[in-house]
Write a protein that binds this ligand. Sequence first.
Ligand code: PLP
Length: 399
Amino acid sequence: SSWWKNVEPAPKDPILGVTEAFLADPSPDKVNVGVGAYRDDNGKPVVLDCVREAERRIAGTSFMEYLPMGGSVKMVEETLKLAYGDNSEFVKDKRIAAVQSLSGTGACRLFADFQKRFCPGSQIYIPVPTWSNHHNIWRDAQVPQKTYHYYHPETKGLDFKGLMDDVKNAPEGSFFLLHACAHNPTGVDPTEEQWREISQLFKAKNHFAFFDMAYQGFASGDPARDAKSIRIFLEDGHHIGISQSYAKNMGLYGQRVGCLSVLCENEKQAVTVKSQLQQLARPMYSNPPLHGAQIVSTILGDPELKSLWLKEVKIMADRIIGMRTTLRESLEKLGSPLSWEHVTKQIGMFCYSGLTPEQVDRLTSEYHIYMTRNGRISMAGVTTGNVGYLANAIHEVTK
Ligand code: PLP
């Protein structure tokens, strides 16, 4: 019984802690805009129709054996096409080392471990701010972290100059973590032109770009369009890494299905790199889970189901975009003298509202509205039913 007496309680996760507090609140007015999970306009979690249909087709299949260490070959192949393009020469030439991962988190962690093992002494540049788990992931992989400028608090947009300066001043050949689209938590993405400039500068500095793409389809409603940043880097000849996740865009959160890929110089190198990624995965979890991979490959392997999926992604993205407009208009109608332009300018699942930690505390204590203290509103939790209440509360605490 004295084995663990030196163990202190771990600090609460800033995001998951919000949900705990929300669940414990008995108020009928309570609103949860903390967690990054999609809700429909009734505030209910959603299982996509394409997923239901895929499950119907999978049901009764007799295969329950282990997947290969690198996961479902079919799922990985379809997943690469989403990121690199349907007709990608890199996919055709087998230049991509790719393994099925435990969703986006697992892909990031596997890459961080790979980086540590094969580029010992390297660092990772992470944007400020970023998804808080990025810090945990590279910390536990024991890769030292640096930060780069990203968000401009005054404009509530991109700090492009700060970003470019940091990219320029980083040592040649540095690793950078980039959000491919729908940056979490800010909802601020570079424009296409800015991505081109970033890519050029990366080229000049010989930096490595690792794209975390947790929200493909959630920014514009079109997965191909949301991969634009990646396609620009590919056009410029970068050898990139990508983390992909089906948590949000297929609603497969708990299935933990995603993909880690690393673009290599040739097929031989890709085979070698893949063998090492598998070697890293083996002592951690041996092989990834089956069910989610079957759902994804069933959907993406069937033209009809795939087009249903694309429709459903667009419905989710459009609902969020619509809620942004309504939230902004509601605040303006209430006579708020502040500018709420950023609510509609930002994209993806989150709105980085600019609310201070104290204002967030008031929203929670006086209005039972739950969100992280950095002022991040998950727009996926905003509905026709609560947007007016939310706008009024925000107006009151920002007076
Ligand atoms: N990366 C970013 C930027 C995220 O916001 C998230 C989820 O919130 C993830 C990765 C990973 O999510 P998952 O592991 O559920 O795919």
